[in-house]
Design a protein around this ligand. Sequence first.
Ligand code: NDP
Length: 283
Amino acid sequence: MAVIMDGKLVSQRTRERLRQQVAGLAERGIVPGLAVVLVGDDVGSQIYVRNKALACDELGIVSFQYSLPADTTQKQLLQLLDRLNADPAVHGILVQSPLPEQIDEAFITNYIDPQKDVDAFHPYNVGRIMLGDYAFLPCTPAGILEILRFYGIDPAGRHCVVVGRSHIVGRPMSMLLLHANATVTICHSHTQDLAAHTRQADILVAAVGKERFITADMVKPGAVVIDVGMNRDSQGKLCGDVDFAGVEPLASHITPVPGGVGPMTITELMQNTVTAARLFGGK
Ligand code: NDP
């Protein structure tokens, strides 16, 4: 029986610390502010944006919401970003993806002031993460590190296998584990004999986006298993990349879906906003 790593609990504890940081900033006359920009009417994005606003309210962070129509031009979005980049009340800017096809997402990412890039997607911040000298950590990998820390799991010297190499999860996750002195293997869709790699993992991170893709035969007994996946099964039920029922009995620790990595992602976004206000606010 594995220890079920409770992302909601870790998130609550992290938010308690964040409240104290927000109170400390208030003494310096700084109220952290997060601008969230939504373009179009994607239902999933609307839910994410609403949850971000709720988290801001809970922590005393001011949330600035911008809901733009689906036919917004790139120029109009850039004009809004000009205003937000210059606004001293805004410490973090997040443009919710996906964006409509007339907008070049990479261009938008590069346009956000790196000091307000609380997603840590700007090439400047990606470069700093590569160097191990960063102000912001990408939210999902940062949340995973926080979960590992909470459960006393030190990646140093362990073999970590990350399945997935996306810019938002797999790659930065691998880099952060490397900074934490793990030996890291990165797997992707061209990896041959994937199971031979995953079976060597002391810590296995699945960020593939495929329902119950990691099965018991792919996991070493006693491994720590982190499931990043957020997929819908044929009944529309939320499920991860890991076959939880099969893997849980042989893992030492495992994150559930829901209630594992997911709750940490928004909390880490709040952390980055507070960090931005602390480092770059009040200038
Ligand atoms: P992407 O689709 O961007 O990346 C998926 C990765 O999986 C790619 O690197 C791809 O390889 C790899 N992959 C696909 N098929 C295979 C295969 N058969 N064998 C090995 N590797 C494979 O997804 P994301 O990284 O954005 O997200 C991954 C999952 O995490 C999704 O379910 C997403 O919803 C979830 N997610 C959850 C978050 C949370 O807060 N809990 C936050 C962000 C994402 P290649 O590069 O070769 O194509």
